[in-house]
Design a protein around this ligand. Structure first.
Ligand code: ADP
Length: 603
């Protein structure tokens, strides 16, 4: 088989994505490779295809148990003989897998770096023909990167100890020059072909918000995603638990994930998310590294992460199926303070004081870069791509700062009414109360305080409460007022309010004409919606029967393509993107029946 046949018959794709073909060619013809690819670019195919083309066995070293399980499950579904070796396996399972490996039953073996050193693994490796060693998340070998793992330092000596040197291919999504140099040196790559792919992910809508009330904004976003999967990243375990409980109490289908949970619970929660039993995952950055869940429709960063690398990796988990997805970062200055605290506190016991200090300094530099991003007025995508040393158009037209479908409204006069009300009440009202009075809403609170008799009651009733709320927020973010957390969150005036209305001291609202949901919808493929729902339903029944994640049957992009092409025979079915021969054999007739019934019902 050649690479094109493998791509089509095994993975079900017609064409290679940018970069894939060249990487595959180099590996298959014996050249070491260092590939820097953003999440979702399609890295796995780059080493899985050579692994299938080469004689002998390929070893994939990966630090992430969840990724291994997932990848192996996908390979097996596609008819490839593969296995994983990690701490998930019982001793009996481990020895059984090693026996099979030695018999040459597997073509691809995923292994955790710690396992390379076990006696049984070494004895297998010494007696087998290992043609390719692929190192995933290769930046873990570098102390300059953000996920340094000492166990990665031993990979080079493992490779050198093999009877004949295999081809070595390293993959990472971290592109700094220093990290790249470290990877080449510390993994012992020989004259590698280095490929750095564009980090641009066109299907991600990017936005930074400065919410005054994060929970409220969170709920607003979630309302738009009733049945879709998404991840909410928080900085600390405490916030993760808090948001998880908050959403659970509101009746959302939600799970949580952080390093403080017992192993078994974490595994269960992660599975619930991957298997679509829970729609939303609230998590710290410990979650998701390597999770190939293609249908994550939104990622919300409830706090600002500590670096652009981390942020981009997190939002990269959205839209891996190539479909439109939304990424919103919540930011406030306190996020910078919290990150500083976490960086100071971070103590990896395996490192010397000197090493720790070195890492801390780098962490601070990275933190200031993401803070600047949060304040940036220009194209957000351009900022990120430039950060990764990539040239970009100055306007992507798919981030919040590039939108031009808005009109500016000068609401300085209205803002002055807000100021007058604040003064009139001795600066004792919280923001929500101010909105009630200004919009003329007679709540219990308003009546109890006799506020319906205030001269300001209803003066802004021609605006919706949301807009009045926005005006108050802008008074606060513009430095004319502040929220006094020590005094029941009442809104108080700063001295600067006296300048309001003079010169540049204006309050201007940006009113968008199109909601984000509409923008995303307009850019999405237009599948046959009714059929798509039926196909999803079928997939979910099969997934339950087989006890595997629904996306391991077909991912969302494949079902969409299927709903558009409506195949009713083998040839047509194999034309659907993501359908290989093995999957056709297993599921083809089942889905063809569903499509035929749908067509008859609609004839
Ligand atoms: P990552 O680079 O993050 O490891 P993956 O290898 O998981 O990305 O690929 C992301 C998604 O893209 C997967 O669903 C995969 O099946 C799909 N994919 C990979 N290569 C192609 C291709 N040539 N055509 C269409 N889809 C592809």
């Amino acid at each position: 088989m050649d690479k094109y046949t493998v791509l089509k018959n095994i993975f079900g794709y017609d064409t290679f994505r940018t970069g894939q073909e060249e990487i595959i060619d180099k590996i298959s013809t014996g050249t070491d490779v260092l590939a820097v690819m953003p999440t979702g670019a399609g890295k796995s195919v780059c080493y899985q295809i050579p692994a299938l083309l080469l004689d002998g066995i390929s070893i994939v070293i990966s630090p992430l148990i969840s990724l291994m399980t997932d990848q192996v499950m996908n390979l097996v579904q596609n008819g490839v003989r593969a296995a994983y070796i990690n701490s998930f396996l019982s001793e009996k399972q481990f020895y059984k897998a090693m026996d099979n490996a030695e018999k040459g039953i597997y073509k691809i073996i995923y292994v955790a770096p710690e396992r390379l050193e076990t006696e049984r693994f070494i004895s297998f490796a010494m007696r087998s023909k290992i043609s390719l060693v692929c190192v995933d998340e290769a930046h873990c070998v570098s102390q300059w990167g953000q996920d340094f793992r000492p166990s990665y330092m031993k990979i080079a000596s493992f490779i050198n100890s093999l009877p004949s040197r295999p081809i070595v291919a390293a993959f990472t999504a971290t592109a700094t020059e220093r990290v790249k140099k470290d990877i080449v040196k510390l993994l012992g790559l020989k004259n590698p072909f280095v490929e750095t792919l564009s980090f641009n992910r066109e299907n991600l809508y990017i936005e930074v918000r400065r919410p005054l009330n994060r929970k409220r904004e969170l709920l607003e976003i979630l309302q738009r995603y009733k049945d879709e999967s998404g991840i909410i990243y928080c900085l600390t375990r405490k916030t993760t638990d808090e948001i998880y409980e908050f959403l659970e109490n509101k009746g959302y289908s939600v799970t949580n994930y952080h390093a403080g949970l017992p192993d078994e619970q974490r595994r269960q929660n992660q599975e619930d998310f991957i298997y679509d039993r829970k729609k939303i995952a609230v998590a710290t950055n410990a979650f998701g590294m390597g999770i190939d869940k293609p249908n994550v429709r939104f990622v919300i960063n409830y706090n600002m992460p500590k670096s652009i690398e981390e942020y981009y990796q997190e939002i990269g988990r959205a839209g891996r199926d190539g479909l439109e997805s939304e990424c919103i970062l919540f930011f406030a200055d306190e996020d910078v303070r919290l990150n500083k605290f976490l960086i100071e506190k971070n103590s990896n016991e395996e490192l010397s004081e000197e090493e720790k200090e070195k890492i801390r300094k780098e962490d601070f530099k990275r933190l200031y870069k993401i803070r600047d991003f949060a304040y940036y007025d220009g194209c957000l995508r351009e900022y990120i791509l430039n950060y990764f040393n990539e040239k970009a158009r100055p306007k992507c037209n798919h981030c919040a700062n590039c939108r031009d479908d808005f009109e500016l409204y000068d609401v300085t006069l209205e803002a002055k009414s807000v100021v007058a009300l604040i003064k009139d009440n001795g600066e004792r009202l919280a923001k929500a109360r101010l909105v009630e009075v200004l919009c003329g809403i007679e709540t219990e609170f308003v009546q109890k305080r006799g506020l319906e008799f205030s001269a300001y009651f209803g003066v802004l009733s021609r605006f919706s409460p949301d807009i009045v709320d926005d005006i108050i927020r802008r008074l606060i973010s513009g430095g004319y007022a502040y929220i006094d957390e020590e005094d029941y969150y009442s809104v108080k005036l700063k001295y600067e309010h006296k300048y309001l209305g003079y010169g540049e001291n204006k309050i201007v609202l940006r009113m968008y004409k199109t909601p984000v949901s509409q923008i995303i919808k307009n850019r999405s493929l237009s599948p046959n919606k009714a059929l798509l729902e039926i196909l999803k339903e079928k997939r979910s029944i099969l997934a339950k029967q087989e006890k595997i994640p629904a996306v391991n049957i077909f991912n969302d992009a494949t079902l969409r393509d299927m709903s558009k092409k409506m195949p009713i025979n083998k040839e047509m079915f194999l034309e659907v993107s993501g359908v290989g021969v093995a999957k056709y054999k297993k599921y083809g007739d089942i889905f063809i029946d569903v499509i035929k019934q749908f067509k008859e019902g609609n004839a």
